[in-house]
Design a protein. Structure first.
Length: 272
């Protein structure tokens, strides 16, 4: 039996139908991306969750969703906006409860601006953390109740440690860390951040989720794995040292290349 990690993927329900054989051939983790948009969360999403349960009957991997993120930050200074963000996250967790999903991706509040400016104003770091706690307080309780973990994904994060400290500040199993390899590679290439494997090392066992996408360090490409310049051997060597068994989720634009991305990882001997 292979000791290599098994990769999963991020898909919509329509794409699950197309890749169901690949998804079911091994215990591949799945991240559903059908519950991101406001019009879906504000509407009747029960038919979508019923479809998900039907399509995934017999699925052997772990299930999660990408939570809502469009147009907001989880650390807004405006209390009215924070209330809306809290509502959106609770809506996402309601979906998780309906389909027994055990992870939900949320986006980091840190930016490249943060990296250069948080220490320019006394107490700015602490204030951002406090605002994030106010936004997530109810969502964390709800996630704990349903056995779901919100994983905070790096977006512009230049410092690979700061998001880890934010997750740890909740002292809750319902808050952990995600890494998007393409976002980290962008930060490395464009803002001088460390390479992708350093993000893995910084997260340590707080890391429970990884978006696998390839890129060139210039933009958020979401290319098929092997098409960019990420050093995959280094990334998987760092992952192999963890005990947290993070979900390894292929997240690429061209979903038809998901099996090819997995095959590429297998061809270089790092995953299957």
């Amino acid at each position: 039996m292979s000791s290599l990690p098994v990769v999963g993927a991020a898909m919509t329900l329509d794409e699950v139908e197309l890749h169901r054989d690949w998804l079911f051939e091994k215990p591949r983790d799945l991240e559903l991306q059908s519950f991101i948009d406001t019009e879906i969360l504000n509407g009747d999403w029960a038919p979508l969750t019923a479809r998900a349960r039907r399509l995934l009957d017999g699925h052997g991997g772990r299930l999660g969703i990408h939570g809502p993120f469009w147009g907001f930050t989880i650390a807004s200074e405006d209390p009215d906006i924070r209330a809306v963000v809290t509502r959106r996250l609770l809506q996402g967790l309601d979906v998780c409860a309906a389909i027994s999903a055990t992870h939900m991706v949320i986006h980091s509040p840190y930016t490249s601006w943060s990296y250069n400016n948080l220490d320019d104003n006394a107490g700015a770091r602490e204030a951002l953390t406090e605002r994030t706690h106010m936004t997530l307080r109810d969502a964390v309780r709800r996630a704990e109740d349903i056995g779901c973990t919100m994983v905070i994904e790096n977006i512009e994060d230049k410092d690979p440690h700061i998001r880890v400290a934010l997750a740890e500040s909740f002292n809750s199993p319902a808050v952990a860390v995600s890494i998007d390899t393409g976002h980290a590679h962008y930060a490395h290439g464009y803002t001088g951040a460390p390479p992708v494997d350093y993000y893995v090392k910084a997260a340590g066992n707080r890391l429970q989720h990884v978006h696998l996408q390839d890129a060139d360090g210039y933009a958020d490409r979401h290319w098929s794995l092997g098409e960019g310049t990420i050093r995959w051997h280094a990334v998987f060597a760092a992952l192999a040292k963890l005990e947290s068994n993070p979900r390894l989720i292929i997240e690429i634009k061209d979903k038809s290349k998901i099996p090819a991305s997995a095959a590429y990882l297998a061809s270089i001997g790092v995953a299957e």
